[in-house]
Design a protein around this ligand. Structure first.
Ligand SMILES: *Cc1c(COP(=O)(O)O)cnc(C)c1O
Length: 420
């Protein structure tokens, strides 16, 4: 499938006049459309709610858009909880799915009355000790072994650090009931960036069956099943997008077959999607600043892995559009790089692209989730701005770029530079 950007050359040239590259650009219209499509796909479940995974795109303006669309937020740390609170999320609007959780984070989550999703059996008593056990609480399942869909191994939960074993889940819910909990959720995240329509339905079957078993063995009242994140996006042109309506329908069938006959037809379905919601609704806008001809041909951008880590970290593919050259032949083979002193700072290796000239706007697709968010300051590189392409076509700065002052903000220079 042809990869198309949500913005054209003329629009982008206007935006760049106001906000210099590099920056991440987000598409308000696309975000709202995805939120609505997801809700439509799960409209059969009256309690359905998406808790957007804040870590994917931790920007208050993005969270407010999702809030207007009826979403809650899934937080995993103290500062994400603080951002959620500042945006006006509270109580049942907030899922707290963390791991290796500091006491302070649990205390803050309890203060907000967020729905806590415990990652480990030992966290039951830890939570009791450092804060208190709420009336409604969730636990994260790790069924171990391999997770397969139609004989294809999708991932290896047995090697993942997350969640309780099945036996620990039983014990955990019993212990939580002793400590006063009355209502429960079940959560699992078994494979990341899946582009098959069968991921959620397969996961739902596992969790629904487990919910029935849990109810029978412990008497726990299960009020929600949280399918978490993991629905992927087509980063590559040859990948098909997930059909979210099909996904919702597949989960509905599992629900009708497993939960309804067990008298559990009131269970709410929750999701914690990050990548699916935001990934395609963001791009990294850069300018080609250098070309280099040695043993290979290089194009140097004004962005680097500090602005988008996925290619360097996972060898991830991000599609590239050279603005204005969308229909030009891809007859040049380039490594497209950033300026870190790290040879893996390459956005693309041996990529066939149109001839790139200095000053061309080079746009990396699908950076709306886990893009800016994974940024860092190695080599003293500064984080970029984030810009929102609003529904009315205007562009709004939703986070300014870092300046050297931000980079130095955690030093106390008192006295040191007095002579300069
Ligand atoms: C990262 C994460 C998500 C979001 O994952 P995506 O792949 O972006 O959908 C959801 N829930 C939890 C607990 C996570 O850690």
């Amino acid at each position: 499938m042809e990869k198309r950007l949500f913005v054209n050359k003329e629009q982008l040239e206007n935006i760049v006049k106001e906000f210099p590259t590099p920056f991440h650009l987000y598409d308000e219209k696309g975000i709202r459309e995805r939120a609505r499509a997801l809700q439509k796909a799960f409209a059969w479940n009256p309690g359905f709610r998406e808790y957007f995974a804040v870590k994917a795109t931790p920007n208050p303006f993005i969270l407010k858009i999702l809030q207007e669309e009826g979403c809650g937020v899934d937080c995993s740390s103290l500062t994400e909880l603080m951002m959620a609170e500042a945006c006006g999320f509270s109580g049942a609007d907030i899922m707290f799915s963390s791991n290796d959780t500091p006491a302070e984070d649990f205390r803050y989550a309890r203060k907000l009355n967020a729905t806590i999703n415990l990652d480990d059996l030992t966290h039951v008593d830890f939570l009791k000790k450092v804060a208190s056990v709420p009336r409604l609480i969730s636990c994260r399942l790790n069924p171990g072994g391999y997770f397969s869909i139609a004989n294809n191994i999708m991932d290896n939960p047995g090697d993942a650090k997350y969640g309780f074993t099945k036996e620990q889940m039983m014990e955990g819910y019993r212990r939580l009931m002793e400590l006063g909990a009355e209502e429960f959720g079940i959560h699992a995240f078994l494979a990341s960036n899946t582009t098959t329509n069968d991921y959620y339905p397969t996961l739902a079957r596992i969790l629904f069956q487990f919910a029935v078993e849990l109810k029978e063995k412990t008497g726990a009242h299960i009020s929600f099943v949280n399918l978490s994140g993991g629905v992927g996006i087509p980063y590559r042109p040859d990948q098909e997008p997930v059909d979210i309506a099909q996904v919702g329908e597949g989960v509905r069938r599992a629900y009708e077959e497993i939960l309804v006959p067990a008298g559990m037809g009131g269970v709410a379905i929750y999701t914690e999607l990050g990548r699916y919601m935001l990934g395609p609704n963001g791009c990294l806008v850069t300018t080609a600043i250098h070309e280099k001809h040695i043993y290979k041909e290089y194009i140097g951008l004004d962005a680097c892995a500090a602005n988008l880590m996925r290619p360097a970290m996972y060898g991830a593919y991000h599609h590239i559009t050279v603005m204005g050259k969308e229909n030009a032949p891809c007859d040049h083979k380039y490594d497209v790089t950033g300026g870190l002193c790290e040879n893996n700072d390459k956005f693309a290796v041996d990529r066939m692209l149109p001839k790139i000239d200095i000053g061309d706007l080079v746009v990396l697709h699908d950076t709306g989730a886990h893009g800016f968010a994974m940024g860092y300051n190695y080599n003293g590189k500064l984080r970029s701005a984030e810009v929102l392409l609003c529904e009315d076509g205007s562009a709004k700065l939703i986070r300014r770029a870092e300046t050297p002052k931000d980079y130095f903000a955690t030093f106390d220079f008192t006295g040191l530079f007095d002579r300069y």
